[in-house]
Ligand binder design. Structure first.
Ligand code: ZN
Length: 168
């Protein structure tokens, strides 16, 4: 396993759409293992392949509320039957120094494949549903800051410019 570099906004790769995975091989399993390692090292609770510059539809989501280091890998995930709504604070490993309340479905149906290509279908709710919606957005080139007001987004961009200037 290896820790990969996480790309951060405004890296244009984060705006690209990931392609469907077609071969469920050892390389894919290695990628998932690296993604999990990178996520826990950050530390974060979810990671999409786009965030490490790999444009494939694969996400890892931490499911270890109490046991530690247990995660689920979703390949080619599709969300449907969104129900209800919830607003909660969200952040992203690719959006530094920022969190904001974001509105999401409270409940979603998830269809995906596992690392062997077997179909996975389940219903996710609450925090788990939020993380999955956030990660699947990444696969479509979308970030949580696209789901906040344009004023807030402008303010964040200004703040980020200052941070990056201070670092340079
Ligand atoms: Zn994110």
């Amino acid at each position: 396993m290896a820790i990969r570099t996480i790309l951060t906004f405004p890296d244009p790769v984060l705006r690209q759409k990931a392609a469907k995975v077609t071969s469920f091989d050892d390389e894919l399993k290695q990628l998932a293992a690296d993604m999990a390692e990178t996520m826990y090292n950050a530390p974060g609770v979810g990671l999409a392949a786009n965030q490490i510059g790999v444009l494939l539809q694969i996400v890892v989501v931490d499911i270890s509320e109490m046991e530690g280091r247990k995660f689920i890998t979703l390949v080619n995930p599709v969300l449907s039957e969104g129900e209800g709504s919830m607003v909660d604070e969200e952040g992203c490993l690719s959006v530094i120094e920022y969190t904001s309340p974001v509105k999401r479905f409270r409940k979603i149906k998830v269809s995906a494949r596992d690392l062997d290509g077997n179909p996975l279908e389940f219903t996710a709710e609450d925090r788990f549903a939020r993380i999955i919606q956030h990660e699947v957005d990444h696969l479509h080139g979308k970030l949580f800051i696209d789901r906040i007001s344009s004023l807030k987004r402008t303010l964040y961009k200004k703040k980020l410019r200052k941070i990056l200037q201070a670092e340079a």
